[in-house]
Design a protein. Structure first.
Length: 255
């Protein structure tokens, strides 16, 4: 092809047909430019296709990760509700009609239901972290989804701070139980020991702490903080995850 163009140019020049040569040269330049533009267009198309492929792969991975986080969070909410209910049983045990009649075993059970499980939401974040750190978040063309993904880690940080507050109240209450209660008897009442031994400390079981106002206050603060954690942090985050999953699904349907 190049040899043919060269022969045509040489023929035109040799025949002194300079004007036609200029037109021909201009046409040749235009053809070259068109060829370059077509090549660039094809290259851009290939890059766009690769970006959409990467976007789809990332969205599928995010969909799996956030689905797992949704299941984890719902389990944490359920467990936290059980802790709150256990705390309410303990609080009711302080009433004048209950504290003198409730058994050591029952109050030990309430204590276990209240403080037995530490609440801690630890979401999977490997996929999201990798997408953000690699700069691939910009490949997601849904701006609402992109912004929610970018701000997700800050919401987790806020929850971690709230969880530390709940943990502080939990630790304070457990410390008082350890310092003032007979834990050997408590563990026996809960079935973790075959039985408790007769000692001079038998009368200092958990039930005796129902006369402690500081202990009551710690349980109330723990319960109140746990309620706030569910209502103001966990449940809104659960709705946020649902929205993110819906946006991911909608974007996947577009691809």
């Amino acid at each position: 092809m190049i040899k043919i163009f060269r022969r045509i140019r040489q023929k035109l020049l040799s025949e002194n047909r300079f004007s036609k040569y200029l037109l021909y040269a201009l046409g040749e330049i235009i053809l070259v430019v068109i060829g370059i533009l077509i090549a660039l267009q094809i290259n851009n198309w290939n890059l766009t296709q690769q970006d959409r492929k990467t976007e789809k792969e990332n969205l599928l991975a995010l969909q799996k990760e956030f689905s797992q986080n949704s299941a984890k969070l719902q389990e944490v909410i359920r467990q936290n509700k059980e802790n709150i209910e256990g705390a309410e049983k303990m609080i009711q045990s302080f009433s004048s009609t209950s504290k003198d009649t409730i058994s050591e075993q029952t109050i030990s059970l309430y204590g276990s239901e209240t403080f037995g499980v530490e609440i801690n939401f630890e979401p999977e974040a490997g996929v999201l972290s990798e997408i953000i750190s690699s700069g691939q978040l910009k490949l997601i063309l849904n701006n609402q989804l992109k912004h929610k993904l970018a701000g997700f880690s800050s919401k987790i940080h806020e929850i971690e701070q709230q969880e530390r507050e709940v943990l502080d109240y939990r630790i304070m209450a457990i410390k008082q139980m350890v310092n003032e209660g007979n834990m050997e008897r408590v563990y026996a009442d809960l079935g973790f020991r075959k039985g408790y031994i007769n000692t001079a400390f038998d009368n200092t079981g958990i039930r005796s702490m129902l006369n402690s106002l500081p202990f009551l206050n710690q349980i109330v603060l723990y319960q109140s903080s746990s309620i706030v954690t569910n209502q103001a942090f966990y449940e809104p985050l659960n709705k946020e995850i649902e929205i993110i999953l819906e946006l991911i699904t909608n974007r996947l349907n577009e691809l």
